[in-house]
Design a protein. Sequence first.
Length: 305
Amino acid sequence: MSDTVMNAIPDDIVAPFQIEGEAVRGRLVRLGPAVHKILSGHAYPEPVANLLGEACALAALVGSSLKFDGRLIVQAQGDGPVRYVVVDYDTSGSLRGYCRYDEEAVAQLSTGFARPGAKSLLGGGVFIMTVDQGPDMDRYQGVTAIEGETLALCAEQYFAQSEQTPTRVRLAVGQADVGQGLHWRAGGMLIQNIAEDDARGSTTEAWVRTQAFFETIGEDELLDPTISAETLLFRLFHEDGVRVFEPKALQAFCRCSQDRIETVLKSFGEDERADMVEDDGQIRVTCEYCSMVYAIDPTSLADEG
C-alpha cells in the first residue's frame, strides 16, 4: 500500500460483531500507530516485522475476548531463523512484543520472490497461548505444533485442538502512507462457530455460509485506512446482517520501568552485578520489548542494612 490518505479513519481498535440471527461471532482488529510503534522500535528485517505484526493483530483478536482483568501472551518458538516471537496483551488494551532472530539466516531465507511466512521463519517448534489472570490464579497455557505457513493457520489449529471451537483467522501486515510517510499497519479478523444446543439447533449451514463470505476478505481491505470496521463488516456480511458492538481501544505500551529493572538486578549477587558495570560505572539494561535503555547506578542496588 502506498496511496497517501489525508483523512484516515481512526485506528487501533478491535470490534466484536455477531452475524444477525446466527450462531457465529467474531472480532475485527485495525492497528495503525500502535503496531508502527512496536515494529519501528527495532530494525527488524521485513519478514520478521511482518511476523511480529501478525502476532500483534492475533493477540488483540484473541485477548479482547477475555472477561477478566489479566493478560494474554501469544508466542511461537522454533529452530528456524526466528527463534522466538512474543506479544503480550493486557485487558486494558495494551500491546507489546518482540522477536529474537538470526539476521544472517533471515537474509538467506529472504532471497527468493516470496516473502517467508511463519513456518519458514520459525521452523519446527510450538505455538503457545498463555492466559494470566494475575498472581492469585494459576496460568492457563495451550500448546500446539507450528503448522501452516502463517500464524493465522497456527491459531486455527490451536483453537481446533485446545478449545475445540471451529475458528477461522485472517491476518495482514503492510505499510501505508497516511500523510507522514510509510507507516506499518496490521489488521485481522476472527470468526467462531458457537456450539449447537437444543435452542439453536444445527449451526452448520450458517457456519459454512459465513466462512464463504470470510474467504473473500482481501489483505488490502484489512489494511486500508480509509475503510472503517463497520464498512468492511457490512461489505462482507450484509446479506445475513451483522451487528457490530462497541470497539475496544488499543495502544502500544510497555510495562518496563526503572523500579522493575532495579528489582531484577537486585536478584543477582554483588559479584554478578559487578561484572555488568560498564566503563563509566553504570549498569545498562535494554528492554527487549521497547528498546528503552536504563542506566543504573550500582550503588543504588546495594543491600540495605
